[in-house]
Design a binder for this molecule. Structure first.
Ligand code: IK2
Length: 391
């Protein structure tokens, strides 16, 4: 502040000279910074916005939409927000790990209200900048303190940012088999083989539910086997749970995998995001908005998240039925067997290109579509477009 005042009191010529020097210094300091790669998913939203076609469809970004295709603010979240605003908080600093009421509620949601690890005070938890921040903090923590190899195994494929976030945390990144292109399902044998083959004590990243981008999750029986194999190898389970409640509509069912691992004695790491299930995309936590003051409010949110999950499930079956009605010869059963926000359609990059160019339907090139972007109003046109590009 003082230096700003001093600069402000100098003559115009002196100020100008100062800026020239500063400008030159800044130019030399940052001139070698390379342009970061464009974000593939946000790029799709840009292309969608630029398209003037009235009936365009955006299935790129994983963000929930209502049946009118509009963003959805959960009434329970809005009510919580109103309460927070009305409380006229003093806006003081929170503790270094965040607001305890928030972190306690987040822990209970993930591990279960009666969880032994919470009761036994075996859980440490911190507020983070949404799911991405949780992954970054987790990555940096492992890089600094994990006693084994600084290498993390990701499912192939995985959410694209996993690779960059972990690399930036200083970890090496490897892949394990996850998706079988031929069956459009889980490559369970490949997964188990790769996890067995990884050196003892490896860090394995697991999508807790609603795997992004494939929408293919292990069954509960398969999770049990994964847990057993990982235990026998002394592997470290690093869970990413960005969709709790979205897969089945039930937050407890969706937390099966991390809870099972904990019950089996794994000391897991867990990243939580409240972007999707609370509809808090921009807040990057918005801790107070997540806190339910009483059991009633919690129930209300549970109902709302189920409502979002149910709409997505309904859109999956509508899309499949429409494709079948059109007489498509392809097997579209994976559209309804996959779960969560995304469907991995199996469409090829050139077919995805044709969808965008010829039908104004926007989604990622890998064939992933965000089912949340489908509505009763656009599903028929979407099915027709997919039918035309798949033959
Ligand atoms: N982990 C996974 C598995 C995610 O899918 C995401 C969010 N991805 O959503 C964008 C998209 O794929 O369309 C995250 C972590 C990050 O969550 P957050 O938005 O809370 O940082």
């Amino acid at each position: 502040m003082l230096s700003t005042l001093r600069v402000a009191s100098r003559s115009a010529a002196a100020r100008e000279a100062n800026f020239v020097v500063l400008g030159a210094r800044q130019a030399s300091a940052w001139s070698k910074v390379p342009q970061g790669p464009p974000d593939a998913i946000l790029g799709i939203t840009e292309a969608f916005k630029a398209d003037s076609f009235k009936e365009k469809i955006n299935l790129g970004v994983g963000a929930y939409r209502d049946d009118q295709g509009k963003p959805y603010v959960l009434p329970s979240v809005r009510a919580a927000e109103d309460k927070v605003v009305a409380s006229r908080s003093d806006k003081e600093y929170a503790g270094i790990t965040g607001i305890p009421a928030f972190t306690n509620a987040a822990a209970e949601l993930a591990y279960g209200a009666g969880s032994a690890v919470i009761k036994d005070d075996r859980l440490v938890i911190t507020q983070t900048i949404s799911g991405t921040g949780a992954l970054r903090i987790g990555g940096a923590f492992l890089e600094r303190f994990y006693p084994g190899a600084k290498k993390v195994y990701l499912p192939n494929p995985s959410w694209a940012n996993h690779n960059a976030v972990f690399k930036d945390s200083g970890l090496e990144v490897e892949k394990y088999r996850y998706y079988n292109k031929d069956t459009i399902g889980l490559d369970f044998e490949g997964l188990i083989e790769d996890i067995k083959a990884a050196p003892e004590g490896s860090i394995i990243l697991l999508h807790a539910c609603a795997h992004n981008p494939t929408g293919v999750d292990p069954t509960q029986a398969q999770w049990r086997q994964i847990s057993d194999v990982m235990k026998s190898k002394g592997h470290f389970a690093f869970f990413d749970m960005a969709y709790q409640g979205f897969a089945s509509g039930n937050a407890d069912t969706d937390a099966f995998a991390p809870r099972h691992f904990v019950a089996e004695g794994h000391n897991i790491a867990l990243c939580q995001s409240f972007a999707k299930n609370m509809g808090l995309y921009g807040e990057r936590v918005g801790a107070f908005s997540l806190v339910c003051e009483n059991a009633e409010e919690r129930k209300r949110w549970l109902g709302e998240v189920k409502g979002m999950a149910d709409r997505i499930i309904e859109m999956r079956s509508l899309l499949r039925t429409n494709l079948e009605k059109l007489g498509s010869k392809h097997d579209w059963s994976h559209i309804t067997s996959q779960i969560g926000m995304f469907a991995f359609t199996g469409l090829k990059p050139e077919q995805m290109d044709a969808l965008a160019k010829e039908h104004s339907v926007y989604a990622t090139k890998d064939g992933r579509i965000s089912v949340a972007g489908i509505t009763t109003g656009n599903v028929q046109r979407l099915a027709e477009s997919i039918f035309k590009v798949t033959g």
